[in-house]
Design a protein around this ligand. Sequence first.
Ligand SMILES: [Zn+2]
Ligand SMILES: [Zn+2]
Length: 420
Amino acid sequence: MRAVLDHIGIAVGDIDAALAFYRDALGLEIAAPEDVPSQRVRAHLIPTGECALELLEATAPDSPIARYLQKRGPGIHHITLRVDDIRAALEHLRARGVRLIDEQPRPGAEAALVAFIHPSAAHGVLVELKQAAPRPVSLTAQRLPFGNLTLVSAHDGLFALDGGAMFGVVPRTLWAAQSPPDDRNRIRLATRPLLVEADWGRLLIDCGIGDKMDAKQRDIYAVDRSHTLDEALASAGLAADNVDFVLATHLHFDHFGGATLRRDGRLEPRFARARYIIRAGEWQEATHPHERNRASYIADDFLPLEAAGVVEFFEDDRTIRPGVRVVRTGGHCPQHQVVFVESAGKTAVFTADLIPTTAHIRDAWIMGYDLFPMETLAFKKRFIREAIEREYLIFFEHDPLVAAGYIREKAGRRFVEPVL
Ligand SMILES: [Zn+2]
Ligand SMILES: [Zn+2]
């Protein structure tokens, strides 16, 4: 049985006093609390590297935590070991005569399965076994009515990039708790184009990573094509031919690889009927790469579009089509832009590589890939403040789990309330 220390549970009587110590005095970040009704407990998880702390607050007088506090006062309540297969682990322990509290696993926080071993068997320590929930990844398209528009959040499969490069100066111990790396230090990322349906047509923002990579590139980026944009569109009753416009946030391969495809040995626009709307400055960057950005631009993604005469260039920030407007952020690359989608007083923003995943909502969590990180910081600080105050619905193009949500801030703590 392979077990990894997952977290240490601490019973607290006065949660405000406990937060004053762990959050304010120690300066730790505390995740949004989660109620575990079966235990009448509210859990406040504190990521601290690869193992977390968990403050446990009783929500009813008959909660096991309330009884523990009465008997022993606040303090370390349990340790939790994570196992791959909790049923097999319980069987293994039973066979060795270990006294268990739970003969069968039961639901714990974060949709995990848990079971407790009796403290008498563990030399006075209450030990919880935990099998983490399989991470649910929605790979089909999700439709969301949005004022007079419809937003369709699509998916072009998964890939992976070096975790250090994704989080810049943030130490591994911090980001690994948010985005667990694989054995090659890569973290899993999604590619999620967004389709806007309006009375003027269908506009696709970015178009995924596509199918043109060779085996070596697919291995480097752990490209998982078990689900594709075509399948996601089909699940929403659509096909590539239904797309009228493709708008690029920028031309990096993980955003625009899906713009072209190879058919009978020739490169063609993937969206046969679409006009491709591209910022002229970004085209200039992509066609004149330098040592620092060369790996990000692949000419086969965009040059065939020009040859086919389907590109519409524009210069400055503007409304692309009614309700869809672009704003240049710079930072990630000089011409990187985000897309505002506005209808009936509501605003959604496709943030592309400004806030690639929900872990990047912290101001200083900026990708090492960014050419001008101080520009990213300046734009991001202002933008996130505005997004919180005006309740923008944020689309996270690379988040493996959350396609869209609201950024909230409570008691100085920032988090994402998922919507899709
Ligand atoms: Zn990029
Ligand atoms: Zn990207």
